[in-house]
Design a protein around this ligand. Structure first.
Ligand SMILES: Cc1cc2nc3c(=O)[nH]c(=O)nc-3n(C[C@H](O)[C@H](O)[C@H](O)COP(=O)(O)OP(=O)(O)OC[C@H]3O[C@@H](n4cnc5c(N)ncnc54)[C@H](O)[C@@H]3O)c2cc1C
Length: 522
């Protein structure tokens, strides 16, 4: 399919075919209630504005630089709905002029030195799976995409401390493949695992798919190395430290605005040998959240604890009885899961939940897992068939959770009626904590061809306002990027905002690093 190398999730062989779309079209209306439209014909590689000349590129960098239009287009978008729609239509105006692929830290330093001299914005690029406008050079003059893909691989294993040193451009599957012979895993699986990198995870404070326990990349970090325009930043490898504010914390979530992450020491672990899972039906959403709250507050750290509302449970095939589903899972290095499983089931039963399937490969959780992994591929097919399909997420404390979910549903449903003439929003809890949870919303609606981006922007604006008004965060794990920058500023204390801007001025005095994300421009 034309242009798949730019807008597609998978390899060229994964591109949807006409037969795939013909087979899916009748199912779309059956499962979502939204009529499929005739398949959109992708525009193919876009006509790009000519590359603006970037002067005086040092000879040592010339071999690493490309102006290939397909590469420029691919590096100018992430993977949000609005990115994919615009790429499908060939509507890409803000793309980098140059893509540079450094092979060493010295190359990174050389790029930043040169960019500072000529005033060229530099946007670090990992896997390009950003869903918040993190890699798109919107309104920037003569921008450079810095693709970390060649800085990839496992450098060192400290078996005694059980930590591993990985280069920033290592993709998820490559990291796991390198750790496997050592009997280790990062046990870190964001849904974008296939297409995202170690450096991207650190720069966006990504979260893996486990619901509790160490599931944020923050939890795995021992030390981070970055190249900033004013010097190399390498933190000391430590299992913990009370020595003042943590240098790693400043780089975590820095989204390419403070430095280019080149490598990190991460905590690894042996592969869990024992798993248990069950799917339960909840009489209603509130009983489900109550069960989940009690489970985590009882000290259980379920690997899976996905409370899925009835609409989404039906759509994903997790539970088709019209009830909310709770997909519960436990993992252990040791065989002793029985007592934890029994405790979890007792708590759930007391809250009114009923087991519908329980063993070490329960059907509901298997179908949920497979829809989780396949979701990016399904999403692009739905989009081709004219369905507006996008997600957003937040986190909030238990005292405000049910209120937030209701308010967001109402705001988004109103916006969908106004903007799309209808549609649906579903919700699940992706991550759970003793003091709160992360609700994750999926929106499905009929799109209006040619106006998809405006439609989504209006719906998203309503969702974001509702989230902030109900006390949530603008993002739990999708990062800030350009899309959430204004909302991020509204939720941060003003002195913190000034301190962050001062850190930016100190580390990046010429303002070349990813201007427009996190911190307002000058
Ligand atoms: C289908 C889908 C599912 C997703 N599921 C999840 C999920 O389960 N959990 C989750 O947390 N996120 C998820 N995301 C969002 C996205 O995958 C994450 O934000 C991911 O961490 C981005 O990694 P990346 O390597 O693709 O980074 P990119 O998209 O290339 O970059 C993201 C940001 O980080 C910066 N950056 C990248 N590499 C570096 C570096 N080495 N140094 C400095 N800055 C850098 C970029 O400049 C940009 O601002 C999903 C996205 C999609 C499309």
């Amino acid at each position: 399919m034309r242009g798949y190398e730019i807008w597609g999730w998978g390899d060229p062989a994964d591109a949807p075919t006409t037969a795939d779309l013909d087979a899916l079209a009748p199912l779309v209306e059956q499962t979502t209630g939204i009529a499929a439209q005739g398949a959109l014909q992708p525009a193919g590689p876009p006509e790009l504005p000519p590359s603006r000349r970037l002067p005086n590129l040092p000879p040592s960098l010339r071999d690493l630089a490309s102006q290939d239009p397909v590469s420029r287009a691919r590096h100018g978008i992430g993977r949000s709905y609005r990115d994919v729609v615009r790429a499908l239509r060939g509507d890409l105006t803000d793309v980098p002029d140059l893509v540079i692929t450094p092979r060493s830290e010295d190359d990174v330093t050389a790029v930043l030195d040169w960019a500072g001299e000529v005033g060229a914005p530099v946007l670090p690029f990992g896997g390009g799976s950003s869903v918040v406008g993190g890699v798109e050079p919107v309104g920037l003059d003569a921008a450079v995409a810095l693709d970390l893909g060649a800085l990839s691989g496992l450098l060192e294993v400290d078996a005694r401390s059980r930590s591993v040193r990985l280069l920033a451009g290592t993709l998820g599957p490559a990291a796991e493949a390198a750790l496997k012979p050592h009997g280790l895993t990062l046990r870190f699986y964001p849904q974008s695992f296939e297409r995202s990198t170690v450096g991207g995870w650190l720069a966006t404070r990504a979260a893996g798919h486990f619901s509790a326990g160490p599931t944020h990349i923050d939890d795995l970090v021992e030390s981070v190395t970055a190249i900033t325009p004013t010097g190399r930043w390498e933190s000391r490898r430590l299992p913990g430290s009370g020595a003042g504010p943590s240098p790693d914390r400043l780089l975590l979530g820095s989204e390419g605005a403070l430095g280019v992450i080149t490598e990190a020491w991460l905590r690894a672990q042996p592969r869990p040998a024992h798993r248990w899972s069950a799917t339960l039906a909840a009489p209603d959403w509130a009983s489900g959240t109550e069960a989940v709250r009690q489970l985590v507050q009882a000290g259980l750290q379920p690997s899976a604890c996905r409370l899925i509302d009835p609409g989404e449970a039906t759509l994903t095939g997790t539970l088709t009885t019209g009830k909310a589903a709770l997909v519960l899972g436990l993992e252990s290095l040791h065989a002793d899961l029985g007592s934890a499983a029994a405790a979890a089931l007792t708590i759930a039963a007391d809250a009114g939940l009923r087991v519908v399937d329980s063993d070490d490969r329960s059907g509901g959780s298997a179908s949920w897992r497979s829809s989780f992994v396949r979701a990016p591929y399904l999403r692009e097919q739905l989009l081709l068939l004219g369905v507006l399909v996008e997600t957003f997420e937040t986190a909030v404390t238990w005292d405000r959770l049910d209120g937030l979910v209701n308010q967001v549903r109402v705001a988004v449903n109103d916006a969908l009626v106004r903007v799309c003439g209808g549609g649906r929003v579903t919700c699940r809890l992706t991550h759970v904590y003793p003091d709160g949870a992360a609700p994750y919303f999926t929106v499905l609606a009929p799109s209006r061809r040619g106006s998809e981006v405006q439609q989504w922007d209006e719906v998203k604006a309503a969702a974001s306002e509702a989230i902030l008004a109900a006390g949530g965060t603008i993002t739990h794990h999708h990062a800030v990027g350009r899309d959430h920058a204004a909302h991020y500023r509204r939720q941060q204390p003003a002195p913190f905002g000034r301190a962050l801007a001062a850190a930016k001025r100190e580390l990046d005095p010429r303002g070349v690093l990813n201007p427009g994300v996190l911190i307002p421009g000058p």
